[in-house]
Design a protein around this ligand. Structure first.
Ligand SMILES: Cc1cc2nc3c(=O)[nH]c(=O)nc-3n(C[C@H](O)[C@H](O)[C@H](O)COP(=O)(O)OP(=O)(O)OC[C@H]3O[C@@H](n4cnc5c(N)ncnc54)[C@H](O)[C@@H]3O)c2cc1C
Length: 406
C-alpha cells in the first residue's frame, strides 16, 4: 500500500492548484490521483476568462491570487503561460443591468481594481464588432485577461511536481475509505493508498465519491457551452473580452475568430449518476448540438454583435461546471468527518478562482488561517440536502441561468 500525507483526487485546475500550494507550504508527501490524463477534464474546455470584477466582493481575492500565481509560475519556470491580458469590457443597456453595473463598478472600486467608464463610441473603438445603443453604460477593466485552462492546469501540476508532488495518472479512485468518522485513504484500480488527509477535487465526479461517505455536496453538474465563429476580419486577438448581460452572453477573440457563450433561460443539468466517465466524445441527451440554446440566445446577441447573425460557426464546445444554489464555492472540511476536505462547486469560475481556492485549502491543511474567509464556502452550509433530487438539481441550474457576471 502506498502512503502519503495528502492525497488529492483529480488533476484538474483545482487539484493542480491545491497541489502547487501544498508543495509551496511543505505539506509532506502529496500525491495527485487522476483517473484519465491530467488536465483533460472540464478545465481543458473552459473559455478561460479571468474576470476580476465580481458581484460577490469576497470572490475577488480568489481571482487576484490566480493572477499572482500565473506571474509567479511564469517567473520561476521562465515559460510563458500565454495569458492574454487584453482587458474586460462590461456593457449594460437595460436600466436593470445598468444599475447592476453601477453596483459592480462600486464593488470593483472598493477592491482597488483598475477601471474606466466608457461610452458606446469608446467601446466600438475597442471592439469594432460591438454595436451598442446610445446611453449604454460601459466599464473597462484594463488588467483582466483570459488563459487556456489546459495550460494553466498543466502549469500548476508541473510546478507542483518540480517541488516534489507526484501526479499519478490513469488511476481511478473507486472509493474513499474510512474507519468510523475518519477517512484513512482511497481504494483505486491500482490498489490502496493511505493518507492522513484526502482532498476530493474530482470536479463533476466529486459529489458521487463524497456520497459514498454519506456526505452530500450541495452542487450539480450543469452544462456550460460556447461557440467559435469562422475567421472574421473584425476580430483580432488584441481585443478585450466582453460581458454582455442584456444578451446573457460573453465573448472574446479566439485568435481571429469570435468565441461566444450564451446562458440559456433553462440551463441543462445532468443527474450525477448519469455522468460520463470522461469528457471527450460526450454528448448531452438534451439539446445535443446546442442548437436550441443558440436559437434562443442568438437574436439578442446579434442585436449587439451584428456580424454573428451571418458568420459561420466553426466549433461548438460543451462541458460541465458545478453550480451551487447560492453561487458560493464548496471549500473545506466537514465537521463530522476527519481527514477529508472538498474543493469544488465553482459556479463556472473554476479557472479564475483556482489559485485562491488552492491557497485557501493549503492554508487549512497546514493549520494557518486561510488567506481569505472560507465561511461563505462551507461545504455543510445547506444542512441536509439530496444532491440527486431533481428539485435540488433544478435549483443549481437556476443559479447558472441567473448568472450575469463573467
Ligand atoms: C464550456 C465551459 C466554459 C467555461 N468557462 C470558464 C471561464 O471562462 N472561466 C472560468 O473560470 N471557468 C470556466 N469554466 C469552468 C471551469 O472549467 C471549471 O470550474 C473548472 O474546470 C473545474 O475544475 P475542476 O478541477 O474542479 O474539474 P476538472 O477539470 O473536471 O478536474 C477534475 C479531475 O478529476 C478527475 N477525476 C474525477 N473522478 C476521479 C476519480 N474517481 N479518480 C481519479 N480522478 C478522478 C477527472 O478525470 C478530472 O481530471 C468553464 C467550463 C466550461 C465547461
Amino acid at each position: 500500500m502506498e502512503t502519503a500525507d495528502v492525497l488529492i483526487i483529480g488533476a484538474g485546475v483545482l487539484g493542480g492548484s491545491i497541489a502547487y500550494y501544498l508543495a509551496k507550504q511543505n505539506a509532506g508527501r502529496v500525491l495527485v490521483l487522476e483517473k484519465n490524463s491530467a488536465a483533460q477534464g472540464n478545465s481543458s474546455l473552459a473559455a478561460g476568462l479571468l474576470t476580476r470584477g465580481r458581484f460577490k466582493a469576497h470572490h475577488i481575492p480568489f481571482v487576484l491570487e490566480t493572477y499572482q500565481a500565473i506571474n509567479e509560475i511564469e517567473h520561476v519556470s521562465g515559460r510563458s503561460l500565454a495569458m492574454r491580458q487584453t482587458g474586460c469590457l462590461y456593457a449594460a443597456i437595460s436600466p436593470r443591468n445598468q444599475s447592476q453595473l453601477v453596483e459592480l463598478a462600486a464593488i470593483s472600486k472598493s477592491a482597488g481594481l483598475k477601471m474606466e467608464s466608457l461610452d458606446e463610441t469608446d467601446a466600438a473603438q475597442l471592439l469594432p464588432w460591438l454595436k451598442l445603443p446610445p446611453g449604454s453604460n460601459v466599464i473597462f477593466m484594463p488588467d483582466d485577461g483570459y488563459i487556456d485552462g489546459y495550460q494553466l492546469t498543466s502549469a500548476y501540476l508541473r510546478s507542483a511536481a518540480a517541488l516534489g508532488v507526484e501526479v499519478v495518472e490513469n488511476t481511478l479512485v473507486h472509493a474513499i475509505q474510512k474507519i468510523g468518522r475518519r477517512v484513512t485513504g482511497v481504494l483505486t484500480d491500482r490498489g490502496e493508498f493511505s493518507a492522513g488527509l484526502v482532498i476530493d477535487a474530482a470536479g463533476i465526479w466529486a459529489g458521487l465519491l463524497a456520497l459514498e461517505l454519506e456526505i452530500a455536496l450541495p452542487m450539480a453538474p450543469i452544462r456550460s457551452h460556447y461557440w467559435v465563429t469562422d475567421i472574421h476580419d473584425l476580430v483580432s486577438p488584441d481585443q478585450p473580452f466582453l460581458i454582455l448581460p442584456d444578451a446573457r452572453a460573453y465573448a472574446r477573440p479566439e485568435s481571429n475568430r469570435l468565441l461566444f457563450g450564451l446562458r440559456e433561460q433553462n440551463s441543462v443539468y445532468v443527474n450525477p449518476r448519469e455522468l460520463p466517465a470522461a469528457m471527450p466524445g460526450y454528448t448531452f441527451k438534451q439539446d445535443p448540438n446546442g442548437w436550441d440554446s443558440l436559437l434562443e440566445g442568438l437574436p439578442a446577441f446579434s442585436k449587439f454583435v451584428p456580424f454573428s447573425e451571418n458568420v459561420g460557426i466553426a466549433h461548438y464546445i460543451k462541458g460541465f461546471s458545478n453550480y451551487t444554489p447560492d453561487g458560493e464555492f464548496i471549500l473545506g472540511a466537514y465537521p463530522d468527518m476527519e481527514g477529508f476536505m472538498v474543493a469544488s462547486g465553482c459556479n463556472g469560475a473554476g479557472i479564475a478562482i483556482s489559485a485562491g481556492a488552492g491557497r485557501a485549502i493549503a492554508d487549512l491543511v497546514t493549520g494557518q488561517p486561510p488567506f481569505t474567509s472560507l465561511t461563505p464556502h462551507r461545504p455543510d452550509r445547506f444542512g441536509t440536502i439530496n444532491p440527486l433530487d431533481p428539485n435540488f438539481l433544478q435549483r443549481c441550474a437556476e443559479s447558472r441561468s441567473g448568472k450575469i457576471s463573467g
